[in-house]
Design a protein. Structure first.
Length: 333
């Protein structure tokens, strides 16, 4: 950890990161004015980056006593937040979680703290505005901002401020976080939804703010997007298995994608086996064309393809996690 004197403030900013050399300096620079305005510390928790991220943060911290660096040997984000709260939770009453691969309005922290004070919420969550640069990333952003890609998830769409059961994690009170045991570090994905379930079960309140938002940049390659959503599917299945809850209606339809695609292999026996998969692909691509025409966005058809990748990977991850769980139960039976 970089040696620094912590400011006497009730809130800290925590940035979990791994190989974010391209983004971390600009992100800290963007957060520094609000940190100074609100007298906050900026704690970067690095998961063994190999691209020079720790060196960049160390250089910044030498000139800015508000910035501190922690080493996260477990690498994953859930462990990073837990580590920061373990180290500094007795000093700070709350924290703001910042994703290193995102972007934020200049008054992001101000609005979060303001909303927490006004609503007395234990956690303030935000909506995400997804944006991209290259063709595939722009198409993926278009898909993720639509019902085709997010199923109507409120923390994707954005909505008027309201009490909610889940959203993109932003502000949280340390006492609530600690009371339920923090993030479950067995979750590399979906750790936020899993924590939200425990928070609600313990009687804590989550407020979805409409006063600010974060900007998210999706994966820029097919492989990266597939791997990410495979992890999301596994995480959702782990959440459901842990808490014995049914998937939401908007999650039930994507669950069928992997069985439908796998079932298409039976077309060698009966050609009709391919019909469900063809219908799913046609719906996705057709929706993409409809978005292209309605929004006058040329990336619409490619957005349909991105949605297909997300659906298939999420569904595959979910079923693979269930299969692994069943195998483990059989071994212990």
């Amino acid at each position: 950890m970089t040696e620094a004197k912590l400011p006497a403030t009730p809130c800290m900013v925590v940035i979990p990161c791994l190989n974010e050399a391209e983004n971390i300096e600009a992100l800290i620079k963007r957060l520094t004015p609000s940190a100074e305005r609100l007298d906050m510390a900026i704690i970067v928790v690095d998961g063994d980056s190999t691209d020079g991220t720790p060196q960049i943060v160390t250089t910044i911290a030498a000139a800015n006593p508000r910035v501190l660096l922690l080493h996260n040997p477990k690498k994953i984000q859930s462990a990073a937040i837990n580590l920061a709260v373990e180290q500094f939770g007795d000093v700070f009453r709350s924290f703001i979680r910042i994703d290193a691969h995102g972007d934020y309005p200049v008054d992001y922290c101000d609005r979060l703290i303001e909303e927490a004070e006004q609503t007395h919420a234990d956690s303030v969550v935000v909506a995400m505005a997804t944006r991209g640069f290259g063709a595939f990333q722009k198409a993926t952003a278009m898909a993720q901002n639509s019902r085709l890609g997010n199923g109507g998830s409120p923390h994707r769409q954005g909505a008027a401020g309201h009490w909610t059961d889940h959203g993109h994690h932003a502000f949280m009170r340390v006492n609530a976080f600690r009371a339920v045991g923090g993030y479950d570090e067995t979750f590399s994905h979906n750790e936020d939804a899993e924590l939200d379930y425990r928070l609600r079960a313990a009687g804590y309140c989550l407020w979805m703010t409409d006063k600010t938002f974060m900007v998210y940049y999706p994966r820029a390659t097919v492989r990266g997007l597939f791997k990410q959503y495979l992890g999301y599917g596994r995480g959702r299945a782990k959440n459901i298995l842990k808490h014995q809850v049914m998937p939401k209606a908007r999650q039930m339809i994507p669950l069928m994608v992997f069985p439908v695609v796998a079932g298409a292999s039976l077309a060698v026996l009966n050609w009709t086996a391919v019909i469900p998969a063809v219908l799913w692909a046609a719906i996705c691509l057709g929706y993409g064309v409809w978005m292209a025409l309605g929004q006058r966005n040329p990336y619409g058809p490619l957005a349909g393809f991105s949605a297909m990748i997300m659906h298939l990977a999420w569904s595959a991850g979910f079923w693979l996690q269930l299969l692994n769980f069943r195998k483990r139960e059989e071994k212990t039976a």
